[in-house]
Design a protein around this ligand. Structure first.
Ligand SMILES: [Zn+2]
Length: 208
């Protein structure tokens, strides 16, 4: 399938499953020194390939479509992550945003390791301070975190995940949202987390 059609299918699926709502969320893919990104002010429900904005690595428009206002952090992530980033997913999905708003969030380890899949796809999850959406400060923080992290939680805002492919970025984002959901479901209960030895084994066998 054409990568833009694939991206639009994923966007619609996020909306259909309630992971994106209103006109929130934006997705992009990198193609060499150019980035295809979802347009500003448009619901992911109805984004189509001909509506996708094409920009260069300085943010200059290369076609007639206007890029999402959050494009600066997409570019910052691509610059910092190099080959690890061929695609980026940014959503305001409910459980992840709820996690990002907790005053007592443990920023060093924002989620417990309940399952091996969180370790394989998400951890270590970076926590970024709150900055105004679309601001240079936010792009700077994303760029700094993207050097090492493929998943970022933005305080009082949402999530960014990177992947070599769009499917990888999507898997990561969905795994994070489900883990955040588990965390709220299990809050206040005695929980068995993966032990240090079990984590080490996953790290060894399933190297990313
Ligand atoms: Zn956002």
């Amino acid at each position: 399938m054409n990568p833009l059609e694939h991206l639009c299918e994923i966007a619609a699926s996020f909306h259909a499953r309630g992971l994106a709502f209103g006109s929130t969320g934006n997705l992009s893919i990198r193609e060499g020194e150019r980035v295809w990104i979802t347009p500003t002010g448009c619901s992911l429900r109805k984004v189509a390939p001909e509506m996708m904005a094409l920009i260069d690595m300085d943010g200059k428009a290369l076609n007639g479509c206007k890029a999402s206002k959050e494009y600066p952090f997409h570019l910052a992530a691509y610059r910092a992550a190099g080959e690890r980033a061929g695609a980026l997913v940014h959503l305001h999905c409910t459980y992840t945003v709820a996690l990002s708003c907790l005053a007592d969030l443990d920023e060093a380890e924002p989620l417990p390791v309940f399952t091996p899949y969180y370790l394989m796809r998400v951890a270590p999850l970076a926590v970024l301070p709150y900055f105004r959406p679309g601001s240079e400060e936010l792009a700077g923080a994303v760029g700094a975190a993207a050097v090492k992290h493929d998943a970022m939680l933005m305080r009082n805002h949402g999530v960014i995940t990177l992947g070599r492919t769009m499917d990888e970025a999507v898997d990561r984002c969905e795994e994070l949202e489900e883990t955040a959901k588990l965390w709220f479901l299990l809050r206040g209960r005695e929980v068995r987390e993966l032990s240090a030895a079990e984590r080490e084994e996953i790290g060894r066998v399933f190297k990313r």
